[in-house]
Design a protein around this ligand. Structure first.
Ligand code: IVH
Length: 708
């Protein structure tokens, strides 16, 4: 146990030691310790200061200007993932959302569903962890699972209290409570900041200028030096919570009111409404005041008010079923189309990009817009030199929505039939809209793009290995395929320009941490067509190990090779029959024949097989271990039949899966339990014949309730 004297001595030591490392790093550019070790010292200091607040020194490193970790901000895993939201654009989408909620919860079509409605602030999300009412950690969203530690920076934001207020004795904040919300910059402060940066710059042409308040907020919060954050006018609005040892209310509105009472700002425009009609009315009201609000918003967020319902509704992929963001319509502007460039993607797809005369749309300067494909160019009848209307919504790439110089007598702009990168023919497969370069791995653009995808954030996420490094390693022949990344070492890097001992060591360490990536990330990283994150995850969950997944793919390749068109069978029928057989081999809900064909195409290609085999000499994907609760049905097979009265089939299935049970559609000797509701017919009869255990919905609720 640490005594107070020991704590004081240690704090003195830490203050001196951290100051020494700061001087080494900032002053002499010769750090002695790694970023991680530096962060550990800072964390030890903060932990002691939280335990002994009266011992915080005047020269404490947590107060010190320039006391920032040297390299990147430290990573912190979130106790509860930070999610995103599904979007609604039209009123019907909101009505559909409420309908889905009712169906999932098995409520009557006209049952009241209370919602909260509040502005969607255009900032960056941040999680503030309070323990015993004291701020101990602040983290950015990062990839949702792991964020960046911005505690020191957040301490400089006036809206965020160091200690939560306890409104009265009975209303104490819980022991652990993570408040989540948006760090943002008010419009006025944003303009003033840009003006100040311009005035302070030695060379006004080179002055740092932020494109919009959101970028300014992100750039100001994610600073290595908290004194920079302190000089930027950041604000905070809470919109939810993460990890919590207890909740002060049973409703969303109730908890938000409590957060406000603890002294953390919550939107004045947060209201509780009954169903979609009043929710839409609130949306219209906010939309009308949008321009007058002091900060940028891009829509209204609706959340199911009852927390027990939120819990039952749960999540799909990255977003909750109990909330939706109703976006405002996109903003538009006119400009001139200067040129059409063609970019080559990782799968060889040729994407036309519109180069525009710079124009401001919703506070952001736009210079490029996507044109999607040749058909879109034809549809818009655009040629370089035309005047066009562009629109931009949120973070999506701006689009051309109208051509003001349309003149069909010119015909369509001639889309190139050769790859601009490698000169190979570009072809369009029957039924496809895109032209693709046929150069495959001989096309440098495709190789670089697949490498970039491999290391990207939702794939292997190799920190510090961005596109600039990938391009330069590729150009110099150092990295030609993913496996080569793992063959890099410190000596190689040090032999190159602009690499120093520390930066080289950091990159090699970052690469080494990715030698057993989660199976789904590994599969996604390979860049197989149609295998996005969700499909990769579905496949990984179904097969759990790379070996099992690969065996399935090989079975599919064999089946495709063995398929023979029957005499008199039409081409269409043949394709449909093979597609069905392949989907049956893939055996993964939600994964159809398109993915099966894409997996086969990828893995039947000798180049790819070789590249994957080579990669597997460097890393091995980690098996999927299901996180399930222990219960009477873990590992068993359950069949639901008849009408369920308190929940929908989807919810029942999700519950069973969370308990590690498998849900089957039909009864067989492998079935362990039948949950039968009113109207159960043949399945119940068959179960009784086979002597399978039967329970009703109440019995099922007990099993769920007893799980750990
Ligand atoms: S709720 C589980 N409410 O929008 C749901 N998010 O597109 C978590 N955001 O990452 C989000 N205003 O950073 C919620 N009133 C609001 C919001 C809001 C802005 C951000 C948030 C989130 C993103 C999702």
């Amino acid at each position: 146990m640490t005594t107070e004297t020991q704590a004081a001595e240690r704090l003195a030591f830490l203050a001196a030691e951290i100051a020494r490392h700061n001087a080494l790093y900032h002053g002499e550019d010769a750090p002695e310790i790694s970023d991680a070790d530096y962060d550990a010292l800072m964390r030890e200091n903060s932990a002691l200061e939280i335990e002994y607040p009266h011992l915080v020194r005047a020269d404490s490193p947590s107060r010190l200007v320039g006391a920032a970790p040297s390299g990147h901000l430290a990573k912190v895993p979130h106790a509860q993932p930070m999610l995103s939201l599904d979007n609604a654009f039209a009123d019907e989408d909101v009505t559909d959302f409420v309908g889905r909620v009712r169906r999932y919860l098995n409520l009557a079509a006209d049952a009241p569903v209370a919602l909260t409605a509040e502005p969607k602030i255009d900032g960056l999300s941040c999680s503030l962890r309070y323990e015993k009412g004291v701020l101990v950690l602040a983290a950015t969203r990062g990839d949702g699972a792991v964020g960046e530690d911005v505690t020191a920076n957040v301490r400089t934001i006036d809206d965020i209290p160091e200690r939560l207020k306890a409104p009265d004795l009975l209303d104490q904040p819980p022991a652990v409570f993570e408040i989540r919300g948006e760090v943002y910059m008010a419009k006025e402060d944003f303009t003033a900041l840009n003006t100040r940066l311009l005035a302070e710059a030695e060379d006004p042409a080179k002055a740092r200028q932020f494109a919009n308040p959101r970028n300014a907020a992100a750039g100001s919060l994610r600073q290595k030096d908290p004194s920079v954050t302190a000089s930027r006018p950041l604000r905070f609005l809470a919109h939810g919570w993460g990890d919590a040892s207890a909740l002060p209310s049973e409703t969303q509105k109730g908890v938000m009111d409590a957060i406000a009472a603890w002294g953390v700002p919550v939107s004045d425009d947060l209201v509780r409404v009954e169903g979609d009609g009043p929710a839409l009315a609130h949306y219209r009201g906010i939309e009308a005041r949008r321009a007058d609000l002091p900060f940028d918003i891009d829509g209204v967020v609706y959340k199911v008010d009852r927390l027990d319902w939120q819990k039952r509704l749960g999540f799909v992929a990255r977003a909750p079923r109990w909330a939706i963001a109703h976006k405002f319509p996109a903003e538009k502007a006119q400009t001139r189309l200067n040129a059409i460039d063609i970019q080559v993607g990782r799968t060889g797809k040729l994407t036309p990009v519109a180069r525009l005369e710079p124009v401001t749309v919703g506070g952001v300067v736009v210079t490029n817009a996507t044109l999607h494909n040749a058909d879109e160019i034809g549809r818009l009848n655009v040629w370089p030199g035309d005047r066009v209307v562009i629109q931009r919504a949120g973070d999506v790439i701006p689009q051309i929505v109208e051509n003001l110089s349309r003149d069909e007598s010119r015909g369509d702009w001639p889309f190139p039939h050769v790859c601009p990168e490698c000169g190979s023919a570009a072809e369009r497969e029957p039924g496809e809209v895109d032209y693709r370069c046929t150069g495959r791995l001989t096309c440098p653009a495709q190789r670089v793009e697949s490498l970039r995808h491999f290391v990207s954030r939702h794939a292997l996420d190799i920190e510090g290995l961005g596109i600039t490094h990938i391009e330069s390693f590729f150009r110099d022949g150092l990295v030609q395929a993913p496996a080569d990344i793992f063959r890099l070492n410190k000596e190689i890097l040090l032999g190159r320009e602009r690499w120093a001992e520390l930066s080289a060591a950091n990159l090699i360490a970052a690469i080494d941490t990715k030698r057993s990536p989660p199976l789904d990330r590994f599969l996604f990283a390979l860049g197989v067509r149609h295998v996005g994150e969700v499909t990769a995850r579905d496949l990984a969950r179904r097969y759990r190990s790379w070996e099992a997944l690969k065996a399935m793919i090989d079975r599919a390749i064999e089946a495709r090779d063995a398929a023979v068109q029957a005499v008199g069978e039409s081409d269409d029928k043949f394709v449909v029959r093979v597609a069905r057989e392949l989907a049956a081999i893939v055996e993964t809900p939600g994964v159809g024949p398109e993915v099966a064909f894409a997996l086969i195409d990828f893995f039947a290609e000798p180049h790819n097989r070789k590249a994957v085999a080579d990669l597997l000499t460097q890393l091995h994907p980690a098996d999927v271990i299901h996180e399930t609760r222990a219960s009477a049905v873990s590992g068993k097979t359950v069949v639901f039949t008849g009408t369920l009265e308190t929940m929908s089939r989807d919810e029942a299935k999700a519950q069973a899966e969370a308990l590690g049970a498998k849900v089957a559609g039909s009864v067989s000797a492998k079935t362990d339990l039948i949950v039968a509701g009113p109207g159960a017919g043949s399945k119940l009869k068959k179960a009784q014949e086979l002597g399978i255990a039967v329970t009703d919905e109440a019995g099922w609720a007990t099993i769920v309730g007893e799980s750990r």
